[in-house]
Design a protein around this ligand. Structure first.
Ligand code: AKB
Length: 313
């Protein structure tokens, strides 16, 4: 069946790879990339692109009507570290963009939505190890508050208006094509770039800060799999816990040393330490495994091998 897909926030860390993967799967003209700014040359050359502000309902509606869009992936958001600096801007972007697509679906102008949540929905009072799907959720960051509120609204729109919205709580994502921007888990990408360019890295988190992480290929596969699942398989309409691996900065440094023995890491924690300390160390994703067959493929050493290989070439 032919379908038309719109990706909002297509030029960011996830959006870039998601756009390319969906174009591979459905053909380039079926996937419309959009963002507030242009993306890298690979993305821009890969198919249609629209400049689009995720907070502008009419502009999104125009694009949806013009391309007869069926599905929207809303990847535009302000991440945890930047959101602490600009709380109101983060709230406006993260919430208004979500309401825009939820309302388009409520008005039957689109039929399916993907919206990413995050481990940031959990907070300092949440049990840290093997964090359950349903547990104490008292996020203490602006970003986390916006993601938790977003989850509540997604479930509300599903129950009240039958909106087919699907979501996962991404852990920190590690990728080589596009740099992340403004997150607390960004160190796990920067470290590979610095290992290759300088053979050393000054980490903004403490050496024993364990966080849940995932390689981008796994994250893209999870995103496409949950969207491809039958509606009755999606039993959770807020957002699914999703896990692959957990490690601290000292462990990722050791993994890098298997390839670059002289690599050195130092630690200079900043305000992001406080954010990281409020998040879980590991995640229980049994529901995603059971409901739609989720299974990760990349552990830390496999991720390191792939990151160094790709960044070297
Ligand atoms: C961030 O660090 O803000 C994001 C996230 C965990 O959602 N990568």
């Amino acid at each position: 069946m032919h379908k038309s897909i719109l990706i909002i926030g297509a030029c960011g860390q996830i959006g870039t790879e998601l756009t390319l993967a969906l174009r591979d799967k459905y053909g380039k003209d079926s996937v419309i990339a959009s963002d507030i700014r242009e993306g890298n040359s690979e993305l821009m050359a890969s198919g249609p692109f629209e400049l689009l502000d995720a907070t502008n309902y009419e502009a999104i509606e125009d694009v949806v009507m013009h391309y007869e869009i069926d599905e929207v992936y809303l990847m535009a958001a302000m991440l945890s570290a930047t959101a602490e600096k600009f709380p109101m801007r983060a709230w406006n972007l993260n919430m208004n963009s979500l309401f825009n697509v939820l309302n388009l679906a409520k008005e039957k102008k689109i039929s399916k939505i993907f919206w990413p949540s995050s481990i940031a929905v959990f907070g300092p009072n949440t049990p840290k190890i093997n964090t359950e799907q349903n547990t104490i959720m008292e996020p203490s960051t602006v970003y986390g508050i916006s993601k938790q509120s977003g989850e509540r609204w997604c479930e509300y729109y599903f129950k009240k208006y039958g909106v087919d919205v699907r979501s996962v709580r991404y852990p920190g994502l590690i990728s080589w094509k596009t740099l992340p921007g403004g997150g607390t888990t960004d160190y796990a990408v920067e470290i590979y770039h610095k290992a290759l360019s300088d053979k050393k890295y000054n980490c903004f988190l403490k050496e024993d800060t364990v966080l849940p992480m995932m390689f981008m290929d796994d994250a893209i596969r999870a995103t496409i799999d949950i969207m491809d699942s039958k509606p009755e398989q999606i039993k959770i309409r807020s957002s699914y816990n999703l896990a692959a691996m957990s490690f601290d900065p000292a462990e990722i440094a050791n993994s890098i040393r298997k390839h670059i023995p002289e690599f050195e890491i130092s630690y200079e924690p900043d305000f992001r330490q406080h954010i990281a300390d409020s998040w879980p160390s590991s995640i229980n994703d049994a529901d995603a495994q059971k409901d739609w067959g989720w299974k990760p493929k990349f552990d830390l050493d496999k991720t390191t091998k792939e990151m160094l290989k790709q960044l070297r070439s």
